[in-house]
Design a binder for this molecule. Structure first.
Ligand code: FAD
Length: 598
């Protein structure tokens, strides 16, 4: 497997020009995010990812985590790496300084997350879940719960989990059957949860489970769910891990990928019932879960970016050293590395362009998250929340993870037969990537969320306002000379027109033909992702052209940004137009066959 090198230059460029980091650093609470500090964070995070986490990735995949006598053992090196990660303060980057967090913007935190996930996705999942637990507690925990658990979770010395899924309750979370019965100042939890990521492990001294359960006489469905904090070890009077709680990992799943990440079947309350503490109010569990979903879905989208970047780096290195055949059209002369073949160049360029586009989308959405939390102007906070964050979260989650799979698949193709052989490591990226469109709400569910809550609830207005922004960029492109900018202008103009048509089609048909609209949701989300990625790449290309004129400019890097945005406009944006057609025309035919004949 090729070494990992964090793409710090591109991250810095996207943070500055797409996330507009200087504007975020001007928000109250984010003053520390100076260019020097952000640079230091990116450099040091990159080193940790490359030197500590990446070398464990392939071995972790080979041996996986195992369950022995009720104890989950992670692969050699994981516990020590986690200790160093916590000691370095890396878990605390985007969290509240009041509880030991570093208070940096999410946009910066997301860049660091990308590095952990690219280096070792199995490892990075543990902090990703802890992050969810932190957000739940921050938003809804009592003062006592915050005082007991937050600092531990923020530092990472204790880890967190999310316990929603049960055998009969996957997408349909309302079918949860785990029960909670009140006993004095706490509750007794009993039931089985499946697929719990890092539900049990040996890398930290305590695990704090966030468990959705049903209280006696609660109504059916999601309205009847409450949220409980259920620690593996109950904290003693000093706040240290004390008595073992009545919960255990019954088995580990054998999976396609992320094998080092323990995916646990958890049993709560085999004996007297696990002690749990209600978070917030009874029956509001699902509402609380939604407060952390924006961040969790953004983080999973970032996993897609990360795995795409890792696969690209590996494919590029291989294409430079694998010798095969001669230059196209020549029968004589030197044998050449495969990177000289136009089709291989096309694959690499596709991988690069999709990865960079997905990165712009994820970091742009992360910037909106920062504004939604910290912007002092209520109108701007509202605009960033509704027009950017809420609209683009499902797109970031689903499109970036689809990109992760697509790019990792291309990575295998670049390797030829060796891509299919495990020792090269290309196959691991593909296998690891494959979970990301499934968990944290499947991509199909994201698409339905996009059209129903984010488009229809607001009569399409946020999408049409996004379109206005894109058209401003098209106008700006008209002022720039050269074939590259002309290509971007044309690609964006066609794709924005197609987006407008598809959005209007949805608005007109959603009520009258809901099944067809629902069947068109996934192509519509793909259209939105392809277009937004192309738009943000073009914005980056405009910024690159401006910087190119400045003294000391990094010309090869900036030219690369322009060339990549142009390739995307020429070769990938046309797919957005096709996706718009599929949204309008394909949805009825998706339902044409009777169920049993499908
Ligand atoms: C490795 C791994 C780690 C996980 N980690 C966690 C975790 O830490 N905590 C946790 O609680 N869960 C976790 N999960 C569970 C995960 O979130 C679920 O698997 C996922 O939400 C899908 O649920 P399901 O598997 O029951 O699929 P199903 O709900 O059965 O869905 C099957 C298919 O039908 C589609 N579908 C279902 N319902 C609808 C609908 N109403 N409309 C349109 N399409 C629909 C889905 O999109 C999907 O394509 C994990 C799963 C895996 C595999």
């Amino acid at each position: 497997m090729t070494d990992y090198r964090a793409p710090v230059s591109d991250m810095r460029f996207v943070l500055e020009n797409i996330s507009e980091l200087p504007k975020i650093a001007a928000l109250p609470g984010y003053e520390d995010a100076t260019p020097d500090l952000v640079e230091a964070v990116l450099e040091e995070a990159g080193k940790l990812a490359a030197n500590l986490l990446a070398p464990l990735n392939q071995k972790g995949d080979e041996v996986g985590s195992v369950l022995e006598n009720g104890v989950v053992r992670t692969p050699n090196g994981f516990a020590e790496a986690y200790r160093q990660y916590v000691e370095g303060g890396w878990n605390a980057v985007p969290f509240d300084p009041e509880f030991g967090g570093q208070g940096l913007p999410w946009a910066v935190g997301v860049a660091a997350q990308e590095m952990w996930n690219a280096a070792n996705m199995s490892f990075a999942l543990c902090p990703l879940l802890t992050q969810g637990a932190v957000e739940l507690l921050q938003a809804h925990g009592s003062q006592e719960q915050k005082d007991t658990y937050l600092a531990k979770l923020i530092s990472g010395s204790w880890t967190g989990t999310m316990n929603l899924t049960e055998p009969q309750a996957g997408t349909d979370v309302g079918a949860v059957r785990t029960r909670a019965v009140k006993e004095g100042d706490h509750w007794r939890i009993s039931g089985q949860k499946i697929f719990i990521t890092w539900g049990e492990h040996d890398v930290a001294e305590n695990i704090v489970h966030m468990v959705l359960a049903r209280t006696p006489d609660a109504p059916e469905g999601t309205r009847g769910l409450s949220l409980f904090l259920v620690p593996k070890f109950l904290p003693d009077s000093e706040g240290r891990p004390g008595k073992r709680n009545d919960l255990r990992c019954v088995s580990l799943e054998h999976k396609l990928g992320i094998k080092a990440s323990p995916t646990c079947v958890m049993s709560f309350g085999d004996n007297e019932g696990a002690v749990g503490f209600l978070i917030g109010e009874e029956l509001r569990g699902m509402e609380y879960m939604f407060t952390m979903m924006n961040n969790a879905r953004l983080s999973v989208g970032v996993q897609g970016v990360a795995i795409a970047d890792r696969a690209y780096q590996q494919a590029l290195a291989y294409a430079r050293q694998r010798i095969q055949g001669r230059e196209f059209g020549s029968r004589e002369g030197q044998l050449v590395p495969i990177i000289r073949h136009p089709d291989v160049r096309r694959m690499l360029m596709t991988m690069r362009a999709l990865t960079e586009a997905a990165r712009t989308l994820a970091y742009y959405t992360a910037a909106a998250l920062d504004h939604s939390k910290a912007n002092p102007d209520p109108a701007e906070r509202e605009r960033q929340t509704r027009d950017v964050l809420e609209l683009l979260i499902p797109v970031t989650k689903a499109w970036c993870t689809d990109v992760g799979c697509e790019v990792a698949s291309l990575g295998i193709q670049v390797h030829g037969g060796m891509g299919f052989i495990e020792e090269t490591g290309a196959a691991q990226h593909y296998r690891d990537a494959r979970i990301t469109p499934i968990y944290e709400g499947t991509n199909g569910v994201q698409a339905l969320d996009l059209i129903s809550r984010k488009i229809m609830r607001h009569k399409g207005e946020p999408a049409l306002r996004l379109l206005e922004q894109m058209r401003l960029t098209v106008s700006r492109l008209e002022e720039l000379e050269g074939e590259s900018f002309a290509a971007m202008r044309q690609g964006l103009r066609e794709a924005t027109d197609a987006f407008e048509e598809a959005t209007n089609w949805l608005i007109e048909n959603y009520q009258a033909r809901p099944l067809e609209a629902a069947a068109g949701a996934t192509p519509y989300l793909r259209l939105t992702g392809l277009l937004t990625g192309g738009w943000l790449l073009a914005k980056g290309a405009i910024a690159a052209a401006e910087k190119r004129e400045q003294p000391g400019a990094d010309a090869p890097f900036l030219d690369g940004k322009i060339a990549t945005a142009r390739f995307y406009a020429d070769s990938i944006l046309p797919e957005a137009v096709a996706a718009a057609t599929a949204t309008r025309r394909g949805s009825a035919s998706a339902l044409a066959l009777e169920e049993l004949a499908a």
